[in-house]
Design a protein around this ligand. Structure first.
Ligand SMILES: *Cc1c(COP(=O)(O)O)cnc(C)c1O
Length: 638
């Protein structure tokens, strides 16, 4: 499809940004070298970058096969610093009379290496943890966090959860048990009396102001979580009755994740700060105002309030929160609370990149060759040949419609038995050629008709990639979330193809057909023709939620993982390689233990051998291949 190339007329250095928007969503962490290779800058120093392709080559040399998840722990450090410095700046700017404390919500990415790195990077800010389940708490209890850091215990809790949360005080943690419903108070009171431990308590309060976009359901009046104003009063009364009022230290609000519009945040904070002030004045000296998560990531780089973007920066987020709380506390004449934030997405999204290799490309109607007119013995094919020859910028709409009709005719004649397979193939080949010409001519129209835009999308190539959407970018499937996707090389070469990406699951949903675009959403991604060289695509901003939500659909397991650090001279170092799941591991998770599999397999082979269906030698070879494959990667290896 040479025509795209001509109509774009971009200079090589414009390609990365104009086509892929790299600098819009890169957040300073990603770039493109003069040679057209994608680079990563984990400390945001433009001079300290490494080429992704060289990291891939390093892994290949170590016999680690694609697809890979590449982690850049220094990006986590940089994000943590930015978040805390943003709040420090705002606090200084508005003369805010209390502190900010961040906690990391574990559900965003529970991987040990990620959480440990975050805790280390956040140590000097007394960065803490937020957990929502017993399992997350079990992990959190063992992690080293600053002695002053908070351990916020959210979620629905049973007795054991409550016990562990309270006992964590005895091993040096600062738990805050956040109640999600009024009845939690009775349970807490029982466990607390039994253990003789008085933990700090919080109340998760529902806000009227909702988030917006794909994730809005978790906030708002009808949200699954939190208690409303009527219950809040009940809860406060009950706490006072049970002598627990002085342990009530936190009011917690969370309006949802990926809040795209800063106004929603301001409105929710106004409401939350008022609730805090009123509760304080009722004689409950709560110390912490926890504003939850919601700080969004600009996945498409558009800086708008569209679903996959945000119309504000981290600093603006901090400013609005600090300013609003300050104003309201002053007007209500209550002391300013310590502001707690639980931002996870914004902290973790950038640090991981997923790399997949293109296995092959499919193109509707490509292949086949020019038709020799003397070999055509069908009237309808001959008519299509005429259209193909005579279609031009003036008549293309009409001729295209004629071609559609001929194609239908071709199909019915074939079904009735009047055409042979050669006739049919010739007709189809001509039809796709006519479509391509029509698309080309339609590009010069001022108002391009919808049908040609659709046609162009139908004619997009399919690039089959070695990965599973369900495992590695599940939100792309579940929420139609956009992730930036870019080839890691050839970025100064004009792309000649438009493609959608298909994974190797057998699920028709296993594909990506929406791509980031500055103005809109692209239905196809501009890519290069694949030659004999491997062609790798990087999916960006997958560090938040994608790993914990990823699933082994079709028994494709987790991907090979590598952690890279970049030193002061800009050289990359592999910090760690973690092998992806093997066939044996994913099979075991579905109930087929390797031992059972091997025993059954051997038995079947022996039976077959006894019945003389297979030779002893072949049986042994098959058995050995089966055994060794249980340790191998679930993705395509060649
Ligand atoms: C999920 C969640 C968060 C994290 O939200 P982000 O938008 O990812 O920052 C914070 N707090 C609570 C209570 C949550 O459930």
């Amino acid at each position: 499809m040479k025509e795209i190339t001509q109509s774009l007329r971009l200079s090589p250095s414009e390609i990365p940004n104009r086509i892929y928007g790299v600098e819009n969503w890169a957040g300073g962490y990603f770039g493109v070298s003069e040679q057209g290779s994608l680079t990563v800058h984990p400390t945001r120093n433009p001079l300290m970058g490494v080429e992704v392709i060289s990291l891939v080559q390093t892994l290949l040399q170590r016999r680690v096969a694609p697809p890979f998840l590449l982690r850049f722990p220094q990006i986590l450090d940089t994000q943590i610093k930015e978040l805390h410095e943003a709040f420090r700046n705002s606090i200084a700017e508005y003369n805010y009379g209390a502190r900010h404390r961040g906690v990391y919500p574990m559900k965003v990415n529970q991987k040990r290496s990620v959480v440990e790195r975050l805790m280390a990077a956040g140590h000097r800010y007394e960065y803490g943890l937020e957990v929502g389940t017993k399992a997350e708490l079990a992990a959190a209890l063992t992690l080293t966090i600053h002695p002053n850091a908070l351990l916020i215990c959210n979620g629905v809790k049973d007795r054991r959860y409550l016990e562990w949360a309270m006992l964590s005080k005895k091993i040096g943690k600062n738990p805050v048990l956040v109640m999600e419903e009024v009845s939690d108070l009775n349970k807490i009171s029982e466990v607390s009396t039994a253990l003789g431990i008085h933990p700090n308590l919080g109340i998760r309060v529902r806000v009227f102001s909702r988030g917006a976009g794909k994730w809005e359901e978790s906030g708002g009046e009808t949200s699954k979580f939190g208690i409303n104003t009527i219950q809040l009063l009940d809860c406060l009364r009950l706490a006072a009755d049970q002598g627990l009022a002085r342990y009530l230290k936190m009011l917690h609000f969370h309006i949802g994740s990926q809040i795209t519009d800063i106004r929603r945040i301001k409105n929710a904070i106004k409401e939350a700060a008022r609730v805090y002030a009123k509760v304080y004045k009722m004689g409950f000296p709560t110390e912490y105002l926890n504003v939850g998560g919601g700080l969004g990531v600009d996945y498409d780089g558009s800086r708008t309030a569209s679903d996959c973007s945000v119309n504000y920066s981290m600093q603006e987020f901090a400013n609005d929160i600090v300013y609003t709380i300050n104003e309201i506390c002053q007007s209500e004449n209550v002391p300013p609370p310590t502001i707690v934030t639980e931002s996870g997405r914004a902290v973790a999204a950038h640090h991981a990149i997923f790399i997949t290799n293109v296995i092959r490309t499919l193109n509707p109607g490509l292949g086949g060759s020019e038709i020799n007119p003397s070999k055509v013995d069908s009237e309808v094919v001959r008519e299509m040949m005429d259209i193909h020859k005579d279609i031009n910028p003036k008549n293309f709409r009409e001729y295209y419609h004629d071609a559609l009709q001929h194609r239908e005719e071709l199909q019915s004649l074939f079904n009735l038995g009047y055409l042979n397979l050669q006739n049919r193939a010739q007709g189809e080949w001509l039809f796709w050629q006519i479509c391509r010409k029509a698309i080309k001519f339609s590009r010069s129209m001022k108002e391009r008709p919808e049908e040609f835009i659709d046609l162009e999308n139908i004619l997009a190539s399919k690039y089959i990639c070695n990965f599973s959407v369900f495992q590695s970018a599940p939100d792309s499937w579940a929420l139609d979330q956009l992730f930036p996707i870019v080839p890691i090389t050839r970025l100064t070469e004009e792309p000649t193809e438009r493609a959608t990406l298909c994974d190797i699951t057998c699920d028709s949903d296993g594909q990506i057909d929406k791509f980031v675009d500055l103005r809109d959403v692209k239905q196809a991604l501009e890519l290069h023709g694949v030659n004999s060289e491997p062609y790798y695509l990087a999916i960006f901003l997958v560090g938040a939620y994608q790993e914990s939500l990823g699933m082994n659909h079709n028994l494709l397991g987790s991907a090979n993982e590598a952690h890279f650090l970049v030193d002061d001279s800009g050289r990359p170092h592999i910090d760690k390689v973690i092998r992806g799941e093997s066939l044996g591991q994913v099979l075991a998770s579905a109930g087929y233990t390797s031992q059972d599999l091997m025993e059954s397999f051997r038995r079947m082979g022996q039976n077959a051998e006894a019945q003389l269906k297979i030779s002893a030698e072949d049986r042994e070879a098959f058995c050995e291949s089966y055994r060794s494959a249980l340790e191998s990667y679930t993705y395509l290896e060649d």
